[in-house]
Design a binder for this molecule. Structure first.
Ligand SMILES: [Zn+2]
Length: 268
């Protein structure tokens, strides 16, 4: 690892007035969560992307829910990794203002991050398509074999959907607005584990740079904003952030606290 880059980044973190981090799937792969866009571990030979749309939920609800059950089976066992821990610690030390995430796994919150902006919603809750109420995800983590098993809203009987943004659905406007606000205010913006292939999240670093922020990119593969970044580090984000925490002299994780949010959504 390039210690000079880490030292320089640490210096910038110390001096930053408004430090914001954007995380993507790469932040959670070290927790063992598969990137469902990758072509490995395919779901019964079906392209999972075709199943995570509103129309699939309406037209093929049985397969839709079976696919989500598979996702849940990975989710419940997943634990925060050094990426989540160091970011929570940076925030606790007052060095990091906000985490914006494209992930839906809730692992930032589980590590102790506060006020996380979830651009793509959360897999830890589900929503009623009719009345809009939200419930813990365990309501849809059920064995669906036929149409009769499709989970229904306990309040109104409407169809439930995962609390994540599906294809053919707009991103949550309040989250987008908050993220744009953070990017615009930031003077240091760090991309962690995102290839920046999905909009509008991939416009946030651009917006930050246009607003005068310094940009860093921690990702294993190149991104379209690398040429605008002061730091480009293509190593495992967990290792880089752990080194950053060491350079800053802060703990690499927040003291264990109640993981109420996490526990509540856990089935059983
Ligand atoms: Zn309802």
């Amino acid at each position: 690892m390039d210690q000079d880059q880490i030292r320089d980044l640490a210096q910038a973190v110390k001096q930053a007035r408004h430090f914001v981090v954007l995380t993507g799937a790469g932040a959670s792969t070290e927790s063992g969560l598969p990137d469902f866009r990758s072509k490995t571990g395919l779901w019964r030979g079906v392209d999972p992307v075709s199943l995570i749309s509103m129309s699939a939920l309406r037209r093929r609800p049985v397969e839709f829910y079976q696919f989500y059950r598979m996702r849940f089976s990975h989710l419940w066992g997943a634990k925060p990794n050094p990426v989540h821990h160091v970011l929570a610690s940076l925030q606790k030390e007052g060095l990091l203002k906000r985490v914006i995430t494209q992930n839906v796994d809730g692992l930032h919150q589980a590590a102790g991050s506060e006020g996380v902006i979830e651009l793509h919603g959360s897999l830890r809750e589900c929503l009623c398509l009719d009345c809009g109420r939200s419930f813990p995800a365990r309501l849809i983590d059920v064995d669906v074999q036929s149409a009769a098993d499709i989970p229904r809203c306990p309040e109104c009987g409407g169809m439930l959907k995962p609390g994540v943004v599906l294809f053919e659905e707009p991103l949550p406007a309040d989250a987008i607005e908050a993220a744009i606000d953070e990017a615009t205010q930031s003077d240091l913006f760090l991309v962690v584990g995102s290839s920046l292939e999905v909009g509008p999240a991939n416009q946030l670093p651009v917006l930050a740079v246009q607003s005068g922020a310094q940009l860093g990119v921690l990702n294993l593969t190149p991104t379209f904003v690398d040429h605008r970044a002061r730091w480009v580090i293509r190593e495992k984000a967990g290792q880089v952030l752990t080194a950053l925490a060491a350079e800053l002299g802060i703990p690499a994780r927040v003291e264990n606290r109640s993981t109420g949010d996490l526990g509540e959504a856990t089935p059983g």
